[in-house]
Ligand binder design. Structure first.
Ligand code: PL3
Ligand code: FE2
Ligand code: FE2
Length: 241
């Protein structure tokens, strides 16, 4: 009896192992990947241009910001290769629409010289979104994409860190603007996550795990910036109300 139970358990674990990874060559996988791959390519491309814009807003750090921007271009090329490797054509028009509201808010803030808002959007919100998505993706990616994404995610921490340090150093003068920008832009991240959830599921990425990873990266960074528990809670609530 005991032996039988153990045998069953072993069999179950084997089944989990073999069903854990999706079938990368199935049409349903490739269809979902055409949108997710496009989102990541577009996100990296916009991140590149956002860092170049930031280098104009913070000229004293221009060299560093251009260097961070160039990493995004490299990420973009890496993810293009991931799509090609699976014989998937990324749906770029879909991805442009996916990012349009957030991107327009960034461009508006840039034109107004609103450094705090630009940093919150790119370095805190977008980079936390990327870090959480890439962490979850790495566990279920094909071997080629897994290797590329593992390299990319290390760089994304540098991008998050840049924004974090600037906001920390300027916290007293930018807190009000930070709160306001968060209230306007965190709900956009939540709705982007809602929009991508169905396709992510096909890639075996769990929505709740994505949300959890996002909240960890986002709240950790607010803590590093120097906000207290109540302020962080208030900011995080903007995602649900
Ligand atoms: C800035 O460095 C990166 C901006 C990209 C943000 C993309 C968020 C991705 C959400 C969708 C989850 C898919 C992950 C899979 C990767 C192929
Ligand atoms: Fe990136
Ligand atoms: Fe980045």
């Amino acid at each position: 009896m005991q032996a039988l139970a153990t045998e069953k358990l072993v069999l179950k674990e084997d089944q989990i192992d073999s069903t854990d990874l999706p079938d990368f060559s199935s049409e349903v996988y490739k269809d979902a990947y055409s949108r997710i791959n496009a989102i990541v390519i577009e996100g990296e491309e916009e991140a590149y241009s956002n860092f170049l814009d930031l280098s104009k807003l913070i000229p004293e750090h221009a060299e560093e910001l251009v260097r961070l921007g160039k990493m995004e271009k490299k990420h973009m090329r890496g993810f293009c290769a991931c799509g090609k490797n699976l014989a998937v054509t990324p749906d770029m028009p879909f991805a442009k629409t996916f990012f349009s509201k957030l991107h327009n808010n960034f461009l508006k803030a840039f034109k107004e010289g609103n450094t705090t808002t630009c940093l919150l959007i790119q370095c805190i919100l977008i980079e936390s979104f990327a870090i959480s998505a890439y962490h979850v993706y790495i566990q279920v990616a094909d071997p080629f994409a897994k290797k590329i994404t593992e390299g990319v995610v290390q760089d994304e921490y540098l991008h998050l860190n840049y924004g974090q340090e600037w906001l920390k150093a300027n916290l007293q003068s930018c807190k009000k603007e930070l709160m306001k920008a968060n209230k306007e832009n965190l709900p956009l991240i939540k709705s982007m996550l809602d929009q991508v959830a169905k396709d992510a599921e096909v890639l075996h990425m769990d929505k709740e795990e994505l949300m959890e990873e996002f909240m960890i990266a986002y709240q950790d960074s607010l803590m590093e910036i120097g906000l207290d528990n109540r302020e962080i809670a208030r900011m995080a609530l903007a995602a649900v109300i």
